[in-house]
Design a protein around this ligand. Structure first.
Ligand code: UDX
Ligand code: UDX
Length: 463
């Protein structure tokens, strides 16, 4: 089957960039991205592509090139489903906040909604692709809904997990380490796999396109994220030991990373990992293991989350302890709120939890982040339900100038590794602060020697 029409349900951090790159690389394929959220679609259609709702380096240019040519953003979900041969499901799958599996299992209500909608609309055979990260064997549930509520047409379900990291989404999509496609072993399943392989083969070498059965593909995504997060928790656990023993975690990371069996990536000690995937996927893995009675396996992976929570808490405690055990009414400046640099995404960002702890200690937080909006920061705090929105907004002052944010503060905490922070005039910042001036570098990006020579009392992670 030659693919000429693709639809994607969900215009988020995954669906948006992925479809933009497919459209750019396959000008002969019409790609329509739909979303229930009208405002989001309106923003994707903003005449000025610098205003699209997701910030990713290089994305606005790709959207400018393909939008209106073969890339469309629309709220007409049914029409797009009806016309497409392949439908990607890229809606969010948050951790459940209610009922069985609360706080651990993935909430699949949006996935089910999508499946029902596809079943209702489809009048011809369709390939349905799971792009969202899902618990193993979700494809089975999707298939059952499609087959039992559909109009008698045939559906093939493929699992095609996304491995892009935010902040580097475009580069990751253009030059992926691998593309993974899982499908049925039946001839129809293989045909569906081949159809999707041909789409990616427009720009990805075929030897990087891996095909497996559906369950291997679904589990590989959870496994990849668990392994990546595990490396961060491992180095973060070592960072605490380094602080006690006089070792330096950056030196330790370099020393172990040169062992080619370990490798140098994902060994940066930090205030803790954030993002929409790591915690959610590991909790999901833990839940799946438990549901099969594999308690040791579940406990093993859960420890990755426990260390990560500890690392965030440890950072806020260190600030309080260092500031003479009280931060009440002290101004603490945060540089960065996003969960990593080069994104406006804040989901599970360490900054949220550190701010929450410090506000509990009655500190006043002032924040500067180059890309995150004020309303997002306040929503993030409100979402924790620790205190009222009014209390949150009176404890959090948000600035669009870093020097203003730091002015009069007792301490600065670096929460995101934005490149611009390194280039600041740190002497000027020092002069604007209360003395002694403390600096807590949650990302180890600044030059400690230089800062100490200015007069800062510098605290990094793991040294
Ligand atoms: C999401 C999941 O979080 C992740 O696990 C998965 O791997 C990919 O999809 P992301 O794209 O970052 O990641 O989520 P988000 O930015 O929240 O986008 C999801 C979009 O789907 C939202 O714009 C939402 O409005 C839309 N949506 C949700 C629908 O269009 N229909 C629905 O029924 C539910
Ligand atoms: C991750 C996976 O990398 C990606 O393959 C998957 O598709 C989605 O989840 P993402 O969450 O976008 O991507 O970003 P990532 O670069 O993995 O960073 C996650 C968090 O770990 C960030 O908060 C980052 O700052 C932190 N991190 C990363 C560290 O603390 N230390 C490191 O060495 C690397």
């Amino acid at each position: 089957m030659k693919i000429t029409k693709i639809c994607c349900i969900g215009a988020g951090y995954v669906g948006g960039p992925t479809m933009a790159v497919i459209a750019q690389k396959c000008p002969h394929v019409q790609v329509t991205v739909v979303d229930l959220n009208e405002q989001r679609i309106k923003d994707w259609n903003d005449p000025n592509t610098d205003n699209i709702p997701i910030y990713e380096p290089g994305l606005s240019e790709i959207v400018a090139e393909a939008r209106g040519r073969n890339l469309f953003f629309s709220t007409e979900v049914e029409k797009a489903i009806d016309e497409a041969q392949i439908i990607f499901i890229s809606v969010n799958t948050p951790t459940k906040t209610y009922g069985k599996g609360k706080g651990m299992a993935a909430d699949l209500k949006y996935i089910e909604l999508c499946a029902r909608q596809i079943a209702k609309v489809a009048k011809e055979n369709k390939i349905v692709v799971e792009k969202s990260t899902l618990p193993v064997r979700t494809a089975e549930a999707i298939k059952s809904i499609l087959d039992n509520t559909g109009n008698g047409v045939q559906f093939q379900i493929l699992s095609n997990p996304e491995f892009l990291a935010e902040g580097t989404a475009v580069a990751d999509l253009l030059n992926p380490d691998r593309i993974l496609i899982g499908g049925d072993i039946t001839p129809e399943g293989q045909d569906a796999i081949n159809a999707l392989v041909e789409v990616y083969a427009n720009w990805v070498d075929k030897d990087k396109i891996l095909t497996t059965n559906v369950w291997s593909s679904e589990l590989s995504k959870l496994t990849a994220n668990a392994f990546l997060a595990q490396r961060i928790s491992s180095i973060n656990a070592m960072s605490e030991l380094c602080e006690k023993t006089g070792a330096d975690v950056t030196e330790v990371a370099k020393a172990i990373g040169m062992d080619s069996r370990i490798g140098p990536k994902f060994l940066k000690a930090s205030v803790g990992f954030g993002g929409s995937c790591f915690q959610k996927d590991i909790l999901n893995l833990v839940y799946i293991a438990k549901s099969y009675g594999l308690n040791e396996v579940a406990d093993y992976w859960e420890q990755v989350i426990i260390i990560n929570d500890h690392q965030k808490r440890r950072f806020s405690s260190k600030i309080v302890q260092t500031l003479y055990n009280t931060v009440a009414d002290k101004k603490i400046a945060f540089l960065g709120w996003a969960f990593k640099k080069d994104t406006n995404d804040t989901r599970e960002s360490a900054a949220i939890y550190v701010a929450d702890d410090l506000i509990n200690e009655q500190a006043k937080i002032s924040v500067y982040d180059p890309k995150v909006s004020r309303s997002k920061m306040l929503n993030d705090l409100d979402y924790l339900q620790t205190r009222s929105s009014e209390e949150n907004s009176s404890s959090l002052a948000i600035f669009d100038n870093p020097y203003e944010a730091c002015k009069g503060s007792h301490a600065i905490a670096i929460l995101t590794e934005w490149d611009e922070f390194v280039a600041y005039d740190w002497q000027k910042i020092y002069d604007l602060m209360h003395k002694p001036a403390f600096l807590f570098d949650g990302r180890n990006i600044l030059n400690s020697k230089e800062l100490e020579s200015i007069g800062f009392i510098y605290n990094g992670i793991g040294s």
